[in-house]
Design a protein around this ligand. Structure first.
Ligand SMILES: Cc1cc2nc3c(=O)[nH]c(=O)nc-3n(C[C@H](O)[C@H](O)[C@H](O)COP(=O)(O)O)c2cc1C
Length: 207
């Protein structure tokens, strides 16, 4: 694959929010997880875990708990327009209900060698930000790109984390592991138009 072909794959991946009925073969899902496993991670710690949820009952239980959490919070918002705005927006937290598969991405704890050393000698370690998140985030991107290359649709979702603890309990994820994102996966009903990107000149500077 040359650079133009790679760029085409990167540019044509979309966040898919509508799925056709029908599941995906497990061999394809394993290929997608294999792609995730080739992401870089701090000290090659690979501090990620993927729960592939095929069970409609579990997907619905997750979606129900997000919906309930949202409506409980919405009830606290006194201003009608703000409450309606919040409720409209939270459709983006629950559409995974319609997907044939949902991948729950779990972040496992990661303490870098530097962190361990600095802590042991009582030195500051707060210069390291989110090192535990960065590997799993790279894995998610790999996963989504592989799914796209195979003709499947995905969407990186953190909105449902509004009900993170309840979803962790449904999925039996125990602390210090943490649910990081839900990725619905399936055949796309359609690919939405590409949201505009900032120009390169606006996001880069050379010194
Ligand atoms: C960390 C992260 C969290 C996101 N959470 C949600 C979400 O909860 N619900 C949703 O519909 N889209 C979510 N998205 C998708 C973004 O809205 C989407 O990537 C962005 O609008 C660009 O569109 P594209 O992915 O089609 O290029 C999330 C994306 C990222 C990277």
């Amino acid at each position: 694959m040359n650079d133009q072909e790679l760029l085409k794959v990167l540019k044509t991946r979309r966040s898919v929010r509508r799925f056709l009925p029908g599941s995906i073969p497990e061999s394809d899902i394993n290929k997608i997880i294999l792609a995730a496993s080739w992401a870089p991670s701090g000290t090659n710690h690979q501090n990620w875990h993927f729960i592939v949820i095929n069970s409609k009952a579990i997907i619905e239980a997750l979606s129900d708990t997000v919906k309930k959490t949202v409506s409980d919070y919405a009830a606290e918002i006194k201003l009608d327009s703000a409450r309606h705005g919040f409720l409209n927006y939270t459709g983006y937290f629950t559409f995974f209900r319609q997907a044939p598969h949902v991948i729950a991405v779990v972040k496992k704890p990661y303490d870098s060698i530097t962190q361990k050393l600095m802590r042991r000698y009582d030195l500051p370690d707060n210069f390291l930000t989110s090192t535990d998140v960065q590997g799993p985030a790279a894995a998610i991107q790999n996963l989504m790109l592989m799914a796209h290359a195979m003709g499947y649709g995905t969407c990186w979702m953190t909105g449902p984390l509004i009900a993170r603890e309840k979803m962790e309990s449904i999925l039996e994820i125990k602390s210090p592991d943490q649910l990081m994102a839900l990725i619905p996966l399936g055949k796309p009903e359609f690919l939405p138009p590409a949201p505009r990107r900032k120009d390169v000149e606006g996001i880069v500077e050379y010194r």
